[in-house]
Design a protein around this ligand. Structure first.
Ligand code: PLP
Length: 392
């Protein structure tokens, strides 16, 4: 019998290559050699989910009603908890029935929304550097990404005026993400106001990814896009319990805002998935409505780590801005290196895994991203190793 060649569909074949594959290989090789690699590559909280949330999960798992299919759009009590959380945190009033939808992690919603609103050949405005899912989900829907460069000169905010008229006419969606991964930049209110005008003038749906609004420093609380007048007419905000409550493994998030957009995504999803396990939704309700002291504790912890790493990197002669939010530090690659060659240098000469900036898009070239998701003494050791490697 001859073997059938198994071919991937064109839409998968045409995806950009996975840039981190070579680095993953190098990392595994270093570990195999016995090197104690300090992993600052992936942004996955290292602390456990808070106890009050675990206890809610234990109770919820025992209830047979939770063992059946969940409601597709999220249990009413889950959506009410989201609305209450938005009211308390941002002063934004949401109708839980029409303006809130549960997601199996925010990545799921971000990955699916172009399928609901973008026709083949239409344009999606995508920040560069950016969370890779914005570009990939655009491709999978047959859309065309148009990259908006985020540069230090522009405080890592896209220059909307620089987007050509022909692109504006073909654009259906715009992805934004503040506080920003990977640059750690935050957005001031006037920028969000400009986004609302731009979206209204050009008939574009704004998809704001707000995964990091609770990971902020020095008491500077980032705002929600929906706090801006008119925002709810032009867009939605994606949110996640992953980073705020150390729940990356649980897969629970939500989208809120313009009812037709929320409902359009809901219509798509009702044809693809069947919602989130209700016990996890119960745990999510406890996360959002219960005691919030663990979130404050995590902020303090990340802030200490930030201060340690930023001071250590500067000591080693590297340049970076002090992050105001997120758990990333976006660092300039020193002269003579590219982001790829510097990450290779860090791995092989200092035993440190970090993410090369070009993995987030072309405008990330000459940057490298460190995640603050290891204990403080590991960060100070990492900075120490970098200083020594660079002075050899
Ligand atoms: C981590 C992250 C997400 C995904 O969060 P999940 O809710 O776990 O899917 C979305 N956007 C950005 C920018 C992230 O860094």
């Amino acid at each position: 019998m001859t073997e059938q060649p198994i071919e991937l569909a064109q839409r998968l074949k045409s995806l950009p290559p996975y840039l981190f594959a070579k680095l993953d290989e190098l990392k595994q090789a270093e570990i195999a050699k016995g090197v104690d690699v300090i992993a600052l590559g992936v942004g996955d909280p290292d602390e456990p989910t808070p106890n009050n949330i675990l206890e809610a999960m234990h109770r919820a798992v025992d209830r047979p009603a939770n063992h059946q299919y969940p409601s597709y759009e999220g249990m009413p009590r889950f959506r009410e908890a989201v609305a209450q959380w938005y009211q308390t945190r941002f002063g934004v009033a949401l109708d839980p029935a029409r303006e809130v939808l549960s997601l199996i992690g925010s990545k799921e919603g971000i990955g699916h929304i172009p399928l609901a609103f973008v026709n083949p050949g239409e344009v999606v405005l995508v920040p560069d550097p950016g969370y890779p899912v914005y570009e990939i989900s655009t491709f999978l829907a047959g859309g065309e990404p148009y990259f908006m460069p985020l540069t230090r000169e522009n405080k890592f905010l896209p220059d909307l005026q620089a987007i050509p008229q022909a692109i504006r006419e073909r654009a259906r969606l715009m992805f934004l993400n503040y506080p920003n991964n990977p640059t750690a930049a935050t957005a001031p209110q006037p920028f969000f106001e400009e986004v609302v005008r731009f979206a209204r003038d050009n008939g574009i749906i704004v998809c704001h990814d707000a995964a990091y609004t609770e990971m902020y420093f020095d008491g500077q609380r980032p705002m929600s896009f929906l706090e801006v007048a008119g925002a709810r007419d032009v867009g939605v905000e994606f949110h996640s319990l992953s980073k705020t409550y150390n729940m990356t493994g649980w897969r629970v998030g939500f989208v809120v805002g313009a009812a037709p957009v929320v409902q359009g995504l809901g219509k798509l999803k009702s044809n693809l998935d069947s919602g989130i396990f209700q016990a996890i939704q119960e745990a999510g309700i406890e996360a959002m409505t219960g005691n919030q002291s663990a979130v404050a504790r995590m902020r303090a912890l990340y802030q200490e780590r930030r201060d340690t790493l930023v001071a250590g990197l500067r000591d080693a002669g590297l340049r970076c801005d002090t992050p105001e939010a997120t758990f990333y530090v976006w660092v300039d690659v020193p002269d003579g290196y590219t982001s790829a060659s510097f990450s290779e240098f860090l791995l092989t000469q200092a035993g440190i895994a970090a993410t090369p900036g070009n993995g987030f898009g072309q405008a990330g070239e000459s940057y490298i991203r460190f995640a603050l998701t290891v204990p403080r003494q590991r960060l100070s050791e990492a900075a120490d190793r970098i200083r020594k490697a660079l002075s050899r």
